[in-house]
Design a binder for this molecule. Structure first.
Ligand code: GLN
Length: 539
């Protein structure tokens, strides 16, 4: 029988050390050696999914093809592996408890006291193994969110301990990521936090097999030996992860450090097979040597936390590389923009993007930004709420419907150009109830989007409740805004364009979720191309 092997990635000392990027980089290296790999994220919070979280709490909510609202790390997994993840790739404590409690109510544990051990830990183990068995993966990398020692992480670490014991040492291993801080006053790198963090893992019964040490300065042989000796790991299992300017350099860095070879050796796989990293290396080379730069301004309301727009920023990196340029993405708070200052605020933009979002805050600034882009013929991309803003702006200022609005913003607007979708009218619960995931869309020929995709049927991911009100479509189209993409079953308008404009596209879906290193998204590539052309025009 096919044996799936399991790698667990835990973190110590502090959060934000980049467990997601280390997991994705290792997965990339194993994939480049021909293994079937997937990555899973276990999040120790009680929300069933991050869909109900404010982006300021946890960064962007990433949406998978099958419509799961997930942690933003899944975005990194997809961008690195160029493969889709699913609901099963992200599990939260909320989801674990929900299913255990549902089973209890059904009577599945009849007569028993339901407890964290074994019931919660069994459910965690089940979710981990389910992913491996589902698609016959060779390796499943499971990233445990949070930091070792947190109360919330305990059941996960216990599940890892049990699985390691059940699977045996060649079928499982634990990688622990820690920080080695540099104390400028002492002029030294300090290993004590790592030693303590490994101790915390050992107290929970888990001996890490590999340590990845995040550091701003190179470690040197002495520090590596010291860590190996004090933490009971082999010398080749102490891996340095030095700060780099781009996350896309990390797979090569890990390859240089031999992380993949150590993992293969420990899992009993051959270590000298071929590794295909050429395309990746080429991407990083272009990324580091751009021929020129352009500026794109992103107008949104979560701009003080760049993680809130992670997939959009990454999509611009991919599209920039496709043109061999660097896209400087400036995020501007929509609340700071008004009709008076818009030209000052956006004057340097070669492209303007109005971001996805919810609610009224910042709407005026977003609409003013659309108007500025439309009237000044500056390449414009509106995503989801950004597309809805572009329709509202056009209705108000071209069709003369001064009170045009979305019913999300003003329930009583006399001109609801954006309105709640029929299927949403009776929805009460907030969690997981939007129109989510991949839906088909047919493109019109002779459009910017058809030029970009070069095919006429596409599928893109969604996360919304409102849509363009088709009652206004004729009026919009006869005045210069056309629907160039529609859902073939529902006729829902997915894309609008202004053909007389240099490049003006609004999309109801989220193209950013599908952009990867090896497959930069056609809409971003086309938008950046238009912005690049515009940057070269004498103004
Ligand atoms: N709030 C809008 C809707 O629900 C747009 C959502 C979004 O931008 N993701 O339709």
């Amino acid at each position: 029988m096919h044996q799936t092997k399991y790698i667990f990635v835990t973190g110590g000392v502090t959060s934000s050390l980049g467990k997601g990027i280390i997991s994705a980089s290792l997965a990339k290296l194993l994939q480049a050696r021909g293994y079937r790999v997937t990555i899973q994220k276990l999040d120790p919070y009680l929300n069933v999914d991050p869909g109900t979280l404010n982006p300021y709490e946890h960064g962007e909510c990433f949406v998978t093809e099958d419509g799961a609202e997930t942690d933003l790390d899944l975005g990194h997994y997809e961008r690195f592996l160029n493969a889709c993840t699913t609901q099963a790739n992200n599990v939260t404590t909320g989801r674990i408890y929900q299913s255990v409690i549902n089973k209890e109510r059904k009577g599945e544990f009849l007569g028993k006291t339901v407890q964290v051990i074994p019931h919660i830990t069994d459910e965690i183990k089940y979710r981990i193994k389910l992913l491996g068995s589902k698609k016959n993966f060779d390796v499943v990398i499971t990233e445990i969110g949070g930091t070792v020692g947190d109360i919330e992480s305990l059941p996960y670490i216990e599940a890892v301990r049990q699985l390691k014991y059940e699977l045996g040492s060649t079928n499982s291993l634990v990688i622990h990521l820690t920080l080695v801080p540099y104390l400028a006053a002492a002029g030294e790198l300090k290993t004590k936090p790592t030693q303590h963090s490994v101790k915390a893992l050992l107290e929970a019964g888990v001996q890490p097999d590999i340590l990845v040490l995040r550091t701003e300065k190179s470690l040197g042989g002495d520090i590596r030996s010291k860590v190996a000796r004090f933490c009971n790991v082999e010398q080749d299992s102490v891996i340095e992860s030095i700060d780099v300017s781009s996350i896309y350099e990390v797979p090569m860095l890990m390859q240089k450090e031999g992380l993949d070879r150590t993992v293969l050796r420990k899992l009993g796989y051959p270590q000298n097979g071929e590794i295909k990293m050429d395309e990746w290396v080429d991407f990083v080379d272009k990324l580091k040597n751009p021929e020129t730069e352009i500026t794109v301004m992103l107008i949104g309301k979560y701009t003080s936390l760049p993680d809130a727009y992670k997939s959009i920023s990454e999509a611009f990196i991919h599209a920039g590389v496709a043109h061999r340029i660097k896209v400087r993405l400036k995020m501007i708070n929509a609340e700071k923009i008004d009709a008076e200052n818009v030209s000052r605020q956006l004057g340097e933009a070669h492209g303007i993007l109005v971001a996805p979002g919810f609610g009224e805050r910042g709407m005026d600034g977003k609409i003013a930004s659309v108007k500025y882009a439309r009237e000044n013929n500056i390449p414009f991309l509106g995503i989801c709420l950004g597309m809805q803003c572009s329709v509202i702006e056009f209705a108000r200022n071209v069709l003369g419907l001064k009170e045009a609005n979305s019913t999300e913003i003003n329930l009583k607007t006399p001109e609801p150009v954006i309105d709640l979708m029929e299927e949403q009218k009776y929805v009460i619960d907030k969690g997981g109830t939007m129109r989510l995931g991949g839906y088909p869309c047919i493109l019109k020929k002779n459009s910017k989007v058809y030029e970009a995709y070069k095919i006429n049927e596409i599928s893109e991911r969604h996360r919304h409740r409102y849509e363009l009100n088709n009652k206004y479509l004729d009026q919009l189209e006869s005045n210069g805004m056309t629907a160039t993409g529609c859902n073939p079953e529902t006729n829902l308008v997915e894309i609008i364009e202004i053909p007389s404009h240099r490049w003006f596209v609004g999309v109801q879906f989220h193209p950013e979720y599908k952009s990867t290193v090896l497959n930069p998204h056609p809409i971003f590539v086309s938008f950046v191309g238009a912005a690049l052309k515009y940057s070269k025009i004498e103004k």
